[in-house]
Design a protein around this ligand. Structure first.
Ligand code: ATP
Ligand code: MG
Length: 406
């Protein structure tokens, strides 16, 4: 790209009116001080944790709810306020906040707990190194540290706790929920947050009963609630008169119809604002929300495709190539593609399973059509634009030969 073009992009951006006043408030890391429609949840959690101010151990808590229902935001707000209160009163409480999904492995969860609690800055014998200890040893060091402190109160928050159990089973949770038997003076309480409602079924009954001393479910937001949340957010995020009410309402309607997910609603708003700014529009309007929805969907499809297995990718290409989309033909093309790139094809049965998974993800659509006296047959069609497919598969060395084969 020539310097002139670059300069002109920057000049336009500098001269153009910005619609967004405070970009940070539209990012995922931003948690507003007040969370409308979550007063009950906030109150109940605050109540449960408040016993720590009198030196008692709060019950373990398990919080459930679909994505974007405010679980993380509520817990972050409550613990932040509680931490200010305890430090005012000189009560020694630590509230390590761990995200088990980003921590990735069980050991990494333990390492982050230790880091978060400042254990690695204390006496060497308690250190949990980045690698090198057994899980048992790492757990023991954390618990010994609490025991050694005599009066230390720990409220351990594990967000996306289901991901820890999926990868590591429930040993860590077992050890932490049982730990109070060996800590005298101090204690440890656990708050687990999960967006899988079936998470509890994966736990050993002993862990289940102690972890869920108290439980709470966060319900999805309604369209009206999302409207209010978006209006509040728009006030802090946008310059005056830079977004229409119709745009906010549409945004709330889309997110409300889907899952009642506030994150999705705010994402829609942010991407729409970026599109409107790029267009140098004076206001974010409904059409920008629609474009934003398309863009987000396209990006999600792209990510799913890019990260799927080789056979799923070959199958998608076969469906794309197929003329009438019936299962038999698709399987034949798929098998011939496999032979072409010297891969052993999966069984027809497995392919049928993958087809139904792809259908659920919305990447393809399979309809059963009647063929009169010949009975019924399945018709499969790819629902995403072929340009998304080619760009997602282009970098795959082996598959790119198929992309350009006829
Ligand atoms: N009541 C609310 N008012 C304002 N913003 C909210 C409210 N609830 C959620 N949000 C915002 O929506 C986004 C998602 O919320 P949060 O991260 O708490 O969801 P979650 O329930 O933890 O979802 P997940 O299960 O996917 O982790 C955040 O950016 C948060 O600031
Ligand atoms: Mg969360």
């Amino acid at each position: 790209m020539s310097d002139d073009i670059l300069d002109s992009i920057f000049e336009k951006a500098a001269a153009g009116q910005t619609l967004i006043k405070n970009r940070k408030t539209l990012t995922i890391d931003y948690v507003p001080e007040r969370l409308p429609f979550r007063d009950d949840e906030t109150g109940t959690i605050a109540q449960a944790l408040s016993v720590v101010l009198k030196g008692a151990r709060p019950s373990n808590l398990l919080l459930f709810g679909k994505p974007g229902t405010g679980k993380t935001a509520v817990v972050k707000n409550v613990t932040k306020r509680l931490l200010t209160k305890t430090s005012d009163l000189g009560i020694e409480v630590l509230m390590p906040f761990i995200n088990a999904k980003t921590a990735n492995t069980g050991y990494k969860v333990l390492y982050e707990i230790a880091e978060n609690m400042g254990i690695n800055k204390e006496e060497k014998k308690f250190h949990v190194h980045f690698t090198g200890l057994s899980m048992g040893e790492a757990t023991d060091r954390i618990l010994d540290f609490i025991k050694n402190k005599k009066k230390l109160h720990v409220i351990l928050i594990i967000d996306e706790i289901d991901s820890l159990v999926d990868k590591n089973g429930d040993d860590i949770l077992y050890n932490f929920t049982r730990a109070n038997e060996r800590i005298i003076g101090g204690f440890i309480s656990l708050i687990g947050i999960s967006n899988s409602l079936t998470f509890k079924d994966k736990l050993d009954p002993r862990v289940r009963s102690s972890l869920s001393e108290e439980e709470m479910v966060f319900n999805p937001y309604t369209i009206e609630q999302l409207q209010k949340i978006l209006l509040n957010r728009a006030k802090v995020a946008f310059n005056e008169d830079c977004i229409s009410n119709a745009a906010i309402n549409l945004c709330a309607a889309i997110a409300g119809r889907e899952n009642g997910d506030a994150r999705r609603a705010i994402d829609l708003l942010r991407v729409a604002a970026e599109i409107a700014e790029r267009e140098r529009a004076s206001k974010v309007e409904e059409k920008h929300i629609r474009l934003s929805q398309e863009k987000i969907e396209k990006d999600t499809n792209y990510e799913i495709l890019k990260n799927s297995t080789t056979h799923t990718k070959i199958l998608i290409l076969a469906i794309l190539k197929s003329k009438n989309g019936n299962t038999g033909e698709v399987y034949e093309i798929y098998s011939s593609f496999c032979r072409h790139i010297q891969q052993e094809p999966l069984t027809q049965r497995r392919i049928t399973q993958i087809i139904s998974e792809l259908d659920q993800l919305g990447l393809i659509r399979s309809d059963v059509v009647s063929q009169g006296r010949y009975g019924r047959s399945q018709r499969i069609k790819v629902t995403i634009p072929s340009i998304t497919i080619t760009s997602a598969l282009r970098d795959d060395q082996i598959l790119s030969t198929l992309l350009f084969a006829d």
